[in-house]
Design a protein around this ligand. Sequence first.
Ligand code: HSE
Length: 441
Amino acid sequence: MSEGLRIGLAGLGTVGASLLQLIARHGGEFAERCGRPVTVTGITARDRGKQRPVDLSAMQWFDDPVALAQDPGNNLFVELIGGAGGVAETAVRAAIEAGKHVVTANKAMLADCGQELAELAEAKGVSLNFEAAVAGGIPIVKVLREAMAGNEVARVFGILNGTCNYILTRMEDEGLDFATCLAEAQRLGYAEADPTFDIEGHDTAHKLAILTAIAFGTRIDAKAIYVEGISSITPADLEAADELGYRIKLLGVASRTETGIEQRVHPAMIPKSSVIANVDGVTNAVALEADFAAQLVLSGPGAGGAATASAVMSDIADIARGSRVGTFGRPASALKPYKRAAMRAHAGGYYLRLTVYDRPGAFAAIATRMAKHGISLESIVQRRRNPHADAPEHLTPAAPQPVILITYETTEDAIRAALAEIIRDGHIAAQPQLIRIEPLG
Ligand code: HSE
């Protein structure tokens, strides 16, 4: 058997502790499969005194992750600290500089400086692997980097944040509002203490940036992503979606268009018949459309210690076997500058929920604005907001009522311009809700 892999492990949170349990349980079989034994020789974490479900006594403790990254006692650095900038990045750079392979789950760091790290790893002749950074236990990085090597990818999209999917599923199933479901997600430990990163779409954007770079062979550019979160979604939207044959999911979508690559994160109405419309709770799903492989959908646990540790271990296995692939699936120097397709040119159908003053001419004025911008309406439905429709006091002519419009394909520019005019016309009583319709097979 070849020389063993000696791991320096930085970060002993949920994933780090699960990785130690995984190695304890499957280390022997791993050595057989990969031809090299694996041991964790050095560890570091923020809090040395914390109770952990694993015996750390055989491992050398380091107070400083950078010292662990540079220590000759390990030949593979596993970074599970997380966060862009900061000590995680300093330690990763130190490990690569020291000529060590690196495995990381750090999507924020890759989104921020993935190109630079890929170039550094290449210059030093080491691997930088990150299966666990995107969609937890789903092996989507491997599929895109390796299995898609003979394909041109047209679109990659998915449900990449378990917290948001959990919230939307609960809202839909139980008619609960956003705040209640977010509080539940926090109570169950799905959402972070500060959940903004999840619910406003930034976590999804980091993961999408990584997928885009691999799928399209471009330099990673997370700042180019259009991002909207789910905090404005109401039970009324989910109910309307259901009646119209859709479900609402927070999607990350990257697609090749005539003007460049479109990267966007936003809630989307997706047909109930599509595979990913039926992915519920904290589960993630990633779909690919490629010229030879056609359509693939992978789904599974997007977070959690065990699933994420499994992804980390698959990266360790590649290193143990000597299997090396360019960080983003090709040499760093071959990654093309990212050409952004402007969001205002996005083409698609739209769902609009307007709170319209119920008076003569309001519908006509809205339809006129739509027509002026070349927007054709597939349906327009006025819904009585008050269930006691018999009660005369609720039927005063000017009482605002929800109106749902579905458009045929138009552009973001056109719908935004029409909406701005509708707001100026004074027929609506509240901020409009706009949700893009994503055509899926
Ligand atoms: N906070 C993420 C989620 C998990 O809810 O999916 C880690 O990326």
